[in-house]
Ligand binder design. Structure first.
Ligand SMILES: [Zn+2]
Ligand SMILES: [Zn+2]
Length: 251
C-alpha cells in the first residue's frame, strides 16, 4: 500500500503546501481522500493516469477539502473517462451536485458518477480494501474520518477535527495515523475545532499508533515546526512524518 500526501496545507495560501488531499494506492488502484484547492495539480504529478480514479471520499464540505472536484470532473471528461466516479461525502454534497448541474450545465452529463451519503459507520468493502467512516469533532460541521484497511495494514485519516475519542478508537494500534495539526499550541484558543501539537502527541500515544503523519498545517505551524515537533514528542515516542506535498509513504 502506498499513501501519497497530495496536499498537506490548509485554507491559508502557502507556496509549498496546497489544501487537503491524499491518495491511497492499493494494488495499483487509487483511492482519493479529500480534494481541496491545488490537489488536482499535485495529482497530475503523482498519478500517471487520472482516469484510474473511481473512488473519492470527502471528509467534510469545507472548501479546502472539496473545491478541486469540479476541475477533476472536467479533466476526466476531457480525458475520455468511461467509468463511474463514486463520490462519498456528507449530505450537503447532493446539493452541491445539483447546483453544479445548474451553474455548469455543460458538465452535467459528461461523466457518470454516483453519490453515496456518508454517515457514522458507513463502509465500502471490495475484495482488495475496506474503508470505514467514523464521525469526528469539527464544531457544528458534519465531518468524518476514515479507517482504511488493505493488504494487512491499517491507515486512519482524521480529516479536520478537534482531539476526538472517535479517532483514538479508530486508530488504536494502526500502522499509520494521518492527522491534522492545524495551529501551534499558543493559538489553542482559536483552534477550538482543530488539533494542536500537544493534544496530538497525547492522542497518538493513547491510540498507540506506529507512525504519525501531520497535515493540514497552517503557515503559523509551519513557521514554528521545531516547537510543534517538540510538543508532540513530549508524549509521543513513535515515528513522526512532516510530509512535503506529493511525498509517498510505503507500508
Ligand atoms: Zn480544512
Ligand atoms: Zn474544516
Amino acid at each position: 500500500m502506498e499513501v501519497t500526501i497530495l496536499g498537506s496545507g490548509a485554507s491559508l495560501l502557502s507556496p509549498d503546501r496546497v489544501s487537503s488531499g491524499l491518495m491511497v494506492e492499493i494494488a495499483g488502484e487509487p483511492l482519493i481522500f479529500d480534494i481541496g484547492s491545488g490537489v488536482l495539480h499535485r495529482l497530475s504529478c503523482s498519478l500517471q493516469e487520472i482516469t484510474k480514479i473511481e473512488h473519492i471520499f470527502i471528509s467534510h464540505l469545507h472548501v479546502d477539502h472539496v473545491s478541486d472536484i469540479f476541475p477533476l470532473i472536467q479533466s476526466l471528461w476531457l480525458s475520455g473517462y468511461d467509468k463511474t466516479l463514486n463520490i462519498y461525502a456528507p449530505s450537503i454534497m447532493q446539493k452541491i451536485i445539483e447546483v453544479t448541474n445548474e451553474v455548469f450545465p455543460y458538465l452535467s452529463d459528461k461523466i457518470k458518477f454516483k453519490y453515496h451519503q456518508l454517515e457514522p459507520g458507513f463502509q465500502v468493502k471490495t475484495k482488495n480494501w475496506n474503508v470505514l467512516t467514523f464521525p469526528v469533532d469539527h464544531g457544528d460541521f458534519e465531518a468524518y474520518g476514515f479507517h482504511i484497511e488493505a493488504e494487512g495494514k491499517r491507515v486512519v485519516y482524521s480529516g479536520d477535527t478537534a482531539p476526538s475519542k472517535e479517532v483514538v478508537k479508530a486508530a488504536k494500534g494502526a500502522d499509520l495515523l494521518i492527522h491534522e495539526c492545524s495551529f501551534p499550541d499558543r493559538l489553542k484558543e482559536i483552534a477550538t475545532t482543530h488539533t494542536t501539537p500537544s493534544d496530538l502527541g497525547r492522542l497518538a500515544t493513547e491510540a498507540e499508533v506506529k507512525t504519525l503523519v501531520i497535515m493540514h498545517l497552517y503557515p503559523e505551524l509551519d513557521e514554528e515546526l521545531g516547537d510543534a515537533l517538540r510538543s508532540i514528542r513530549a508524549s509521543f515516542s513513535g515515528k513522526i512524518i512532516v510530509p512535503r506535498d506529493t511525498q509517498i509513504i510505503t507500508l
